[in-house]
Ligand binder design. Structure first.
Ligand code: EPZ
Length: 423
């Protein structure tokens, strides 16, 4: 077990390169099953969720190993189509493998992915779309038994722009006969990255980034070398860290285009945010101001994954900010921990009101989920004294090494190993 010790009060200064995107590499790792050969993924982040995906690929008979330039995956040896309950529980988003396994094998068996810290994580849209492509799915008894001897392309209209459903159906459609059109598709940048990866493998996918994605099925795919896009939520996290602690930082390899709603909120709060082809600079020289209501929404709206870290940055702002979390039913679990540090936050259903305080105090706090854990670190940078953050495994799912990166930006943060009794 490990904990993070954060000594607050330092203004941040320095620069750091933003890691590859978790929410891009996870669907791409599933997509490697379609390549049926060797794929080299550069800028692949070393995350717990990536390791969980590697465990799934290896359980399916594939090979994966880290090299100096990234992750080398070879799915030529695929010899199974079952993902065990243990592997499914290791990572909730493992459902993303379903479409790729069906496209490659014509059948699949997964245990039903459970909920997670953010609340129930249904996959009804994934299953409805796969059934429309011709898959027969028995979803009783906690298992998903899927048969798809022939997938046929067609138009599928998603009732909501689900990121995972869009990705899963893109992968399944690569194995379908004919053309599939996904309407009301999610528009996240990570979906564009998935499209670019598939096309690098010889697929014919277009429209990603808009609400209509077209996939020409039945093409024989091959391996490729592909560079994973930078992680926009990690970039948002570090921008919020600078806003929280004050100072001036530069994020290499970060693009503002994918973060416009976050940088707009930080500018409104009083940060000077500038971007060029090399990255994003953020300078925060005075106490922040509260901002207009922050409503999370599908891309290009404000990203739900940045809600917690922006909230943490505004805890000492002048005034009150209203947050409205519209994407997940339980995404304020970090509020209780922030309150232990002296934050003033009132939650009622989907709405949280943050009233800025003069001072935050270091305290022992516990990560409740991935982005909530990152928010605790962001708040700790502005707190008086030391904050001890436990259950850091949540953070390690999505951040390669948050202590390394924040230290590079001038923070006093270090990881310590603890025995279960100490944790
Ligand atoms: C992806 O989750 C991301 N995860 C999440 O990031 C992100 O918060 C989310 O998209 C929204 O942007 C990965 O990419 C691995 P959705 P996903 O399907 O695909 C409901 C992080 O912190 N829904 O767009 O699960 C669902 O319950 C993680 O990096 C259905 O009802 O998100 C949710 O309320 C957290 N039925 C909403 O749609 C379905 O079949 C959005 O979910 C699917 C989704």
């Amino acid at each position: 077990m490990s904990q993070l010790l954060v000594k607050g009060g330092n203004r941040l200064t320095g620069e750091v390169t933003v890691q590859g995107a978790k929410n891009s590499v996870l669907p791409i790792l599933a997509a490697t099953l379609l390549a049926g050969g060797q794929v080299e993924l550069r800028n692949c982040p070393r995350l717990r969720d990536v390791e969980a995906s590697i465990h799934i690929l290896e359980a399916l008979g594939c090979a994966a190993r880290w090299t100096d330039s990234g992750l080398l995956v070879d799915t030529g040896g695929l010899n199974g189509c079952v993902i065990s309950d243990i592997l499914m529980r290791e990572m909730r988003s493992s459902a993303i493998f379903l479409g790729a396994i069906l496209a490659r094998c014509g059948q699949a068996e997964l245990s039903y992915p459970g909920g997670c810290e953010l609340g129930p994580r249904p996959i009804d849209l994934h299953l409805a779309g796969l059934r429309e492509l011709g898959a027969e799915i028995d979803d009783t008894g906690g298992l998903l038994r899927c048969e798809a001897p022939r997938l046929r392309g067609r138009e599928i209209v998603l009732s909501l722009p689900s990121v995972g459903a869009t990705e899963n159906l893109m992968l399944a459609a690569c194995g379908a006969e004919g053309v599939t059109i996904l309407s009301n598709a999610a528009r996240e940048p990570e979906i564009v990255d998935l499209q670019e990866f598939l096309n690098a493998c010889g697929a014919e996918v277009s429209g990603a980034g808009t609400d209509s994605v077209a996939i020409v099925g039945g093409r024989r795919l091959h391996g490729c070398t592909f560079t994973i896009m930078p992680d926009r939520i990690v970039a948002a996290t570090y921008l919020c860290a600078a806003a929280s602690a004050g100072g001036e930082i530069f994020l290499r390899n970060a693009g503002e285009r994918h973060l416009a709603t976050v940088t707009a909120a930080l500018r409104e709060a009083g940060c000077a945010v500038t971007a060029d082809s090399g990255g994003i600079a953020c300078a925060c020289r005075r106490r922040l101001k509260a901002v207009r209501p922050v409503r999370t929404a599908p891309y290009p709206g404000f990203p739900t994954d940045a809600q917690a870290v922006l909230m943490a940055a505004l805890l000492r702002s002048r005034g009150a900010t209203v947050f409205e979390e519209n994407m997940f039913s339980s995404r304020y679990r970090h509020v209780g921990e922030l309150t232990r540090m002296g934050a003033e936050i009132r939650v009622s259903g989907r709405v949280a009101v943050v009233t800025g305080v003069e001072t935050l105090y270091g305290a022992p706090v516990c990560c409740t989920d991935l982005r909530g854990g990152a928010a605790l670190c962001v708040a700790a940078l502005a707190a008086e004294g030391e904050t001890r953050v436990s259950q850091t495994a949540h953070i390690d799912r999505g951040y390669e090494d948050i202590a390394r990166d924040l230290t590079a930006l001038g923070a006093e943060i270090r990881r310590i190993e603890t025995t279960p009794i100490e944790t």
